[in-house]
Design a protein around this ligand. Structure first.
Ligand SMILES: CC(C)(COP(=O)(O)OP(=O)(O)OC[C@H]1O[C@@H](n2cnc3c(N)ncnc32)[C@H](O)[C@@H]1OP(=O)(O)O)[C@@H](O)C(=O)NCCC(=O)NCCS
Length: 150
């Protein structure tokens, strides 16, 4: 099973994170590689899922007061559907609670909506909207967090 680790933007494995984000989130839509992900943003906290030396999953938690956004959730293609995505989201929500967050939100690609629903997120936007570099249709989802949650 993958281990989860919070790292800073200068961690050497953030190179592998750039590879993963491009491969999983951008390349399938023909988006040219661009590693300008704003990783130095001081409000961003980076969560890796690692198996040995390999980064197999990633997400970013962005905290603004009692609100947080979860972004760039990516699991390596050959490791999807093995529980890594769930582990990343649950750990991001746990960390958010520790930081005083009461509400986590995200923009979900439509194929990922059932995944987030399994993790307690609900759709709060009406119509899907294009988002990010892929311009794929997304919906806004949120999960109310409580102390002791998950
Ligand atoms: C979406 C993604 C993050 C899910 O991560 P994962 O590691 O494959 O998911 P998990 O194995 O942790 O699945 C957790 C649960 O969600 C379900 N699930 C996962 N992906 C699903 C999907 N696309 N549709 C329906 N259910 C899904 C699993 O079956 C599992 O259900 P269970 O609790 O009944 O066992 C991953 O598939 C991925 O990186 N996809 C491509 C990039 C992407 O779409 N990122 C999200 C951008 S908003």
């Amino acid at each position: 099973m993958a281990l989860l680790e919070w790292v800073g933007p200068d961690d050497a494995r953030m190179r592998a994170v750039c590879d993963l984000r491009h491969e999983v989130l951008m390349a399938p839509f023909g988006v040219p590689r661009d590693d300008a992900w704003g990783d130095d943003d001081p409000a961003s906290h980076h969560l890796l899922a690692v198996e040995g030396e390999r980064v197999v999953g990633y997400t970013r938690l962005i905290v603004h007061g009692e609100e947080a956004q979860i972004r760039h959730v990516a699991v390596a293609f050959d490791r999807q559907r093995t529980g890594i995505g769930r582990a990343l989201i649950e750990e991001a929500c746990r960390e958010a609670v520790v930081r005083g967050v009461t509400r986590a939100h995200l923009n979900a690609r439509l194929p990922a909506v059932p995944f987030y629903e399994r993790l307690g997120f609900v759709v709060i936007s009406n119509e899907p909207f294009p988002s990010g570099r892929t311009a794929q249709p997304h919906v806004r989802m949120e999960r109310v967090l409580e102390r002791g949650d998950p």
